[in-house]
Design a protein around this ligand. Structure first.
Ligand SMILES: [Zn+2]
Length: 445
């Protein structure tokens, strides 16, 4: 064994984990933490895995170059095709020969295991960015900091995935379960998770889901913040403010609605929030407004609370219209309510194998046990809402100014991202001839 990162990781774990090494797959119908512990030790001791970890580290510069290349291919919402075609080509070049682009635009490459197709684990990163067509996406560098819109979110995840695929194929890592690698479309706001929605519609046999999105590996997302967003368009007759005084006003109706919404009470736990984010309307200071519109955002970590809030808020808006009409003895004010954003909520239990596996992987890679679990809105939302075990993990490195043109990235320990993903995947899918999958096959699917 060469003395390198992997072997020192190996030594560190012997100290921190304090558990004896398992050398064979002797777990019986493993589940939860104990199953993960058994498989973890055996995977850690496997020479092929150790070599793969070293290769991932050695691939660090290449992965960074790839990250920059991907960033410079624009991928606005609903216009991810050019980037998807490039990503497909890379999948194929790295050994996923049968990879293809599905009907929604996702790049999908299946890497078969020895277990007849199950469990099936999706490992993904998202192709789309928030930036509209025409945004300058050229990569700039200043004092070791890399600047470009989308350089981290999610070019890092996409590059980490490629580095991982390259290294596991080069080392002929054989899993028990299947791994489906996916570059998804439509993760960002406007896309409303259309990529993963299609993926889960087309593949009923997915048993687990990992999204590589975000950077630092010590933050793991196991809660999906759901959101519902509405545009509400108030319409009325409009008229002169003096001559036609007595007509109802679209702006006044909307004002009534906003006042009611402002007084809503929501629970702190599970965190549930609302805001009227934007308003517009009217034509002139001396006109009774004939139109007004607002956009409302509601979020919660619980689907039940989200739906409760939504029902109450929509009722309040309708009440506001009734009151404005009643005030002027009219029936002219109407409101059109349009759903413009829909992301489901969900949560994965701390003792589920996917969370346990991630926690184990992070502690071995960083040599520390610290993992922060968080709620966020990512591609994992959909899996979690369907009750499918899922986590969102970091691609490695450091960065900030998300969703802004000043987004920056620093490749600090960037290879931790794909290394962490490797460990997590192998614990879940099982290493052929060495461990059994910790990820359970979903019954009846
Ligand atoms: Zn993202």
């Amino acid at each position: 064994m060469r003395i390198g990162l992997a072997s020192s990781i190996f030594a560190a774990v012997l100290v921190t984990a304090g558990a004896p090494l398992a050398t064979s797959a002797c777990a019986q119908t493993p589940s939860g933490a104990s199953a993960v512990e058994t498989t973890f030790q055996a995977i850690l001791a496997n020479p092929r895995v150790i070599k793969t970890l070293e290769d991932i580290k050695a691939d660090d510069d290449t992965a960074l170059a790839e990250q920059k290349r991907i960033t410079e291919i624009p991928a606005p919402p609903y216009k991810e095709t050019v980037r998807a075609e490039y990503y497909l080509k890379r999948f194929q070049e790295l050994g996923l020969k049968d990879a293809s682009i599905d009907t929604e635009g996702n790049v999908v490459g299946l890497r078969k295991g020895s277990g007849g197709g199950r469990p099936k684990l999706v490992v993904s990163a998202h192709l789309d960015t928030v930036f509209p067509e025409g945004t300058d996406v050229s990569v700039k560098e200043k004092d070791g900091v890399i600047l470009a819109p989308g350089i981290g979110d999610d070019s890092r995840g996409l590059a980490a995935l490629l580095s991982l695929i390259k290294s596991i194929n080069a080392n002929e890592i054989a899993t028990v379960g299947d791994v489906m690698f996916v570059g998804t479309v439509g993760e960002e706001e406007l896309g409303n998770l259309r990529g993963v929605k299609a993926l889960f519609r087309d593949h009923a046999d997915i048993d687990g889901f990992i999204s590589i999105d975000g950077l630092g590996i010590t933050r793991v997302v196991n809660q999906a913040t759901g959101s519902h967003r509405y545009e509400m368009i108030f319409k009325g007759p409009g008229g002169h403010s003096f001559q036609e005084f007595g007509l109802p006003s679209a702006i006044h109706a909307m004002g009534r609605a906003i006042a009611k919404i402002s007084d809503l009470q929501t629970p702190a736990e599970p965190k549930t929030t609302f805001t009227v984010g934007t308003v517009s309307g009217g034509t002139s200071v001396n006109a009774i407004a004939g139109d007004a519109r607002m956009a409302v955002d509601m979020r919660s970590n619980s689907t039940e609370e989200l739906l409760k809030l939504e029902a109450r808020l929509l009722d309040l808006v309708k009440e506001a219209v009734v009151e404005e009409n009643a005030r002027w003895n009219s029936d002219k004010i109407t409101v059109e309510i349009k759903l413009i954003g829909d992301r489901p909520a969900g949560m994965v239990a701390m003792d589920s194998p996917i969370v346990q596996a991630t926690q184990r992987a992070v502690s071995v890679i960083t040599r520390g046990p610290r993992v922060t679990f968080a709620g966020s809105s990512t591609d994992s939302n959909l899996a979690m809402s369907l009750g499918i075990p899922a986590v969102t993990i970091g691609g490695g490195g450091d960065g900030g100014n998300w969703h802004s043109r000043n987004e920056w990235y620093k490749p600090v320990d960037a290879y931790f991202g794909p290394q962490n993903a490797l460990f997590t995947i192998l614990m879940l899918t099982g290493l052929d001839g060495v461990t059994k999958p910790a990820l359970a096959v979903r019954q009846g699917k």
